[in-house]
Design a protein around this ligand. Sequence first.
Ligand code: GLY
Ligand code: MN
Ligand code: MN
Length: 442
Amino acid sequence: MTEKQEFVSRREILAQKMQPESICVVPAARLQTRSRDTEFPFRQDSDFQYLTGFPEPDALLVLSNSQKFKGVHTVLFCLDKDPTAEIWHGRRFGAECAKNTFGFLQAYPLEETESILLELIDGHQNLYVALDHCEQTDELIKHILKQLREAPKQSRMAPTALLDNRPLIHELRLRKSPAEIAIMKRVGDISAQAHKRAMLFCRPGVNEYQLEAELHHEFAMQGARYPAYGTIVGGGRNACILHYTENSDVLNDGDLVLIDAGGELDGYAADITRTFPVNGKFSSEQAQLYNLVLEAQLASLELLIPGNNLKQATDKSIEVITQGLLDLGILAGTLEDNLQEQTYRQFYMHGLSHWLGLDVHDVGDYKVKGQDRALEAGMVFTVEPGVYIADTADVDDRWKGIGIRIEDNVAITENGHDILTAQVPKTIADIEKLMSGEECVG
Ligand code: GLY
Ligand code: MN
Ligand code: MN
C-alpha cells in the first residue's frame, strides 16, 4: 500500500507545477450500470487514485495554490456517513474520517459541493479541469462559472483560463516512485504465478475460458482480486486476433495457446503474455517462430537503459523479426528492401511497448518536443514483440495459424532495467520443463 504521505506529497507537487493562483478539480469514478439495477465492480479513476488513494465513487478532489490559502489547499467532497445507505450499499468513510485518513485539509459531504466549490473557485485566475472526462463535473463547472460571471456586483471573480490538468498529472504518473515500483513488482510476481498455473493446468480438450479461470483464481488468491484488463486466451489461430477475449474455444493438441493476462494490485497493472504448446511440446515450426520472437525481445531489452528511447528498441525488434522471417523463407528479398517496404507489418502489426502503471496502457507522452522521449529511472513499460501468421497469409501452409507474443514488464533503473515479470518461464526449454511437471511451482 502506498503511504498517506506519498499521496499528500503528490498533491503538493501538482500544486507547485500549476500556474500561480490556480485551482484544480479532479473527479472520482462513478459506478457503471451492468444491467438494470446492478453495477460493474467499482474501479477508481486512475488520476483521482494517484492523487488521493480514496477508494469510493462520486467524490471530488479540489486543489488550490492560491496565496489566499497558506500553502497548498486540498478539499475532498465525498458521500457522507448514512446508516441506511450503508446498510444497503456498504460502508463509507464519510467526510470527517476521509479528511483524517487521506490527509486533506478539509472534507465536505457531497451535497455541499456546489455551494462550497463556488466559494473555492471564486477569485482564482486559472481552473485546471479535464473537460469531456466526466459529464457531471463538466456540468457542475459550467454552472459554477456561469454563476460567478453573472455576479459581478457581489465582487465575484471567475477564472479567466481553463486549463487541462491531464498533461501535468500524467507527467507525474509517468515516473514511478519506489513505492509504486514495489507494488508493480508484486503484481508482476503474482501474475507470473498465474501464468505458471495456467501452463501447468493446460492440456488438449481444456477450454480457453478454463485457463482464464485458473489465471483469475491465482490473481485473487494472491491479493490481486481483479484482472487489470480483459484476459486473452487464444488457442491456435485465435492467437492471431490481437484483442481476442471470447476465450470460448477448446484447446487442441498440436496448437499453441497465447495468454495475455495480468492482475491489478492497488490499482496497478501487470501485463504479461506467454505463448506455449497446448500439449507441452513445441513443433519444429512453432519453435522456429517462437525463438525468433524471443530473440527480438531479448535484443530489444538490451537497449532499454536510461538515455535510450523506446523507438530504438522498437526498431531493433523490427530488424530482428524481418531478418528472421527472411531466414525462414516467410519473406523474400533483401533485409534493406524489406525494412524499407515495412513488409513485417503483415506479421508484426502492433508496437513493441507502451507505458504501464495505473492504466494498462498508461499515460505519458512518448515524444517530447517532437523527439522520442529518453528513458529515465522510474519509467515502466512493456516489451512485447509478436509474430502472427494468418490463415490467409501468402506463405507456406506449415506456418499458417501460428500467433506468438512474448510480453514482459520493465522498470528503468539508474543503470539499466529490472524485469518485473521475470518469474514466468520464457525459453522453450524452461516452458517444456515446467509443463512436463519436472519443475515445482515456486
Ligand atoms: N494486454 C494489452 C496489451 O498487451 O497491450
Ligand atoms: Mn501490453
Ligand atoms: Mn498484454
